[in-house]
Design a protein around this ligand. Structure first.
Ligand code: B12
Ligand SMILES: Nc1nc2c(ncn2[C@@H]2O[C@H](COP(=O)(O)OP(=O)(O)OP(=O)(O)O)[C@@H](O)[C@H]2O)c(=O)[nH]1
Ligand SMILES: [Mg+2]
Length: 399
């Protein structure tokens, strides 16, 4: 099976018109395209960085603020500067982009501008026709991030090209997969922190706040984030975690969004190998976020690379009875009750605390308000993570 087309979409800086791109994203997804959505009010450098890290085939920009001629051209130029000009640029902006503008933009290297009145199916056909084939004979990667991004694509594609994806398959078999095989993980690898929890609990917001603290504490450090969103085999996906990120739009953060491509449990068939690659790529931390999970999920159990398991919960999980059913409450090293600004948070804290006492092991419970800047709960979580000794290093010490 061919790998889905991956594109990145965004709305430029000083522009909040996101309704058009939201509609277009959905149409692309419905037609089997994986869309990494960066959100609105995004700068040229944020867009180019994301496109490179995500190793997308093209960038679709929706622009209504009037600055399209310069903005699109700057994206094209910056891609060229980074040696990533194989990534194409296209987009639209309704009546704000005139015929004359579009001609000028094409001259500056923009692939295609869609005018008002174009049907959504025409756009889908264009993307399929123009960007349907993988990049062949790629020029040598000019930067380490481009090289890493391509290797991640190679791993992901190797899993997808199998005739029948095996559920929970973690053992690579193809040539490309073997090349990146992770059984020989070096001892010196980055600590890997795993975040899981129900959809919308605030995992991404929390990770973004933790990244902010990390960037401040380590002026030269780098973090990698591997983020997941759900998808069915052979179908498209909205990879939307980047749209929630503010602080992680930074050259010291390497983020990759993955669709689960049919695998249940919160991760993709290629996660293990992608994670292993990232953990060997000299980041100070590697953070992994699962899709929003259910009561039975234990996504990091078989993974073997995650050093610290963090379960992020909503205060409104139901009642004490529901808590008994959440398997991750037994497995997590740290349980976060996020959205502590909500009314039920105090009760949730007490109930979760009592639930954890039954486990009789040292699990930490932290209350956070991830959407509030400088939240003391997030500070505490950051300190806990910084102080935790990765399991990999503990194992090394015992040897
Ligand atoms: C809806 C709308 C709003 C909504 C936005 C809701 C939202 N979340 O997106 C609201 C009411 C909030 C709004 C606010 C403002 N708006 Co307004 N808005 C519009 C409006 C009416 C429609 C835009 C739209 O979504 N069209 C629907 C899309 C699907 O169709 P389309 O635009 O024809 O696009 C086609 C193609 O170009 C293509 N396409 C578009 N993008 C992309 C991307 C890709 C990748 C692809 C493949 C294709 C593609 O898809 C369509 C296919 O037919 C336009 C006027 C108009 N009729 O175009 C003004 C307009 C864009 N707004 C305008 C202005 C000035 C503003 C405000 C500054 C007003 C104010 N003073 O507050 C604010 C700014 C908001 C902000 N934060 O940026 C001006 C812009 C003028 C300019 N640039 O010179 C316009 C043109 C109105 C006008 N005539 O004055 N706006
Ligand atoms: N009230 C409140 N809202 C929050 C808090 N943290 C995050 N949110 C909001 O919750 C919504 C979901 O946040 P995300 O960070 O995207 O949640 P997520 O767990 O990553 O979601 P998925 O990846 O879809 O599973 C957003 O609208 C956030 O602004 C918080 O502490 N309090
Ligand atoms: Mg998320």
């Amino acid at each position: 099976m061919a790998s889905p087309i991956r594109i990145l979409t965004a709305v430029p800086i000083c522009d909040g018109h996101d309704s058009a791109i939201n509609t277009i994203n959905l149409e692309f997804i419905r037609h089997g395209i994986e869309v990494v959505y960066l959100g609105y009010h995004r700068s040229v450098s944020d867009i180019v960085r994301a496109a490179i890290q995500e190793d997308v085939r093209a960038i679709g920009i929706s622009s209504y603020n009037g600055g399209h001629v310069e903005f699109f051209a700057e994206v094209v130029n910056l891609l060229c500067k980074h040696g990533a000009d194989e990534i194409k640029v296209f987009g639209g902006g309704g009546g704000t982009i005139t015929d004359v503008d579009a001609t000028a933009m094409r001259r500056k290297g923009v692939d295609k501008i869609f005018f008002a009145g174009t049907s959504l199916s025409e756009m889908v056909q264009f993307v399929r026709r123009q960007y349907g084939k993988p990049h062949r004979k790629r020029a040598r990667a000019k930067t380490a991030d481009i090289d890493l991004a391509r290797k991640l694509t190679e791993i992901e594609d190797a899993f997808t090209s199998r005739k029948r994806p095996t559920p929970n398959a973690q053992r690579p078999t193809s040539k490309a997969e073997k090349k990146h095989q992770t059984s020989k993980i070096k001892h010196q690898r980055s600590p890997v922190i795993g975040f899981t929890g129900p959809g919308g609990a605030g995992k991404t917001t929390l990770i973004d706040e933790l990244v902010l603290r990390f960037l401040r504490k380590s002026p030269k450090g780098r973090v990698a984030i591997l983020s997941h969103d759900p998808s069915v085999v052979g179908e498209g996906a909205l990879l939307g975690d980047r749209a929630t990120m503010i602080n992680s739009q930074n050259d010291r953060v390497f983020m990759r969004s993955m669709a689960t491509r049919g695998q249940a449990g919160g991760l993709s068939p290629a996660t293990h190998d992608c994670l292993a690659l990232l953990s060997r790529a000299s980041f100070d931390y590697v953070i992994i976020e699962t899709v929003g999970t259910g009561q039975e999920a234990m996504p990091f159990r078989k993974n073997g690379i995650v050093d610290l398991n963090v379960l992020v919960m909503n205060p409104d999980y139901g009642s004490r009875l529901q808590l008994q059913k959440i398997v991750m409450l037994d497995l997590a090293d740290v349980v976060v009750v996020n959205k502590s600004d909500l009314q039920r948070a105090r009760t949730a804290h007490t109930e979760v605390e009592q639930r954890l006492e039954q486990n009789r092991r040292s699990q930490q419970l932290v209350d956070t308000v991830a959407k509030r800047h400088r939240d003391p709960g997030v500070d505490r979580l950051f300190d806990l993570i910084s102080a935790s000794e990765p399991a990999s290093r503990r194992k090394d010490r015992k040897k």
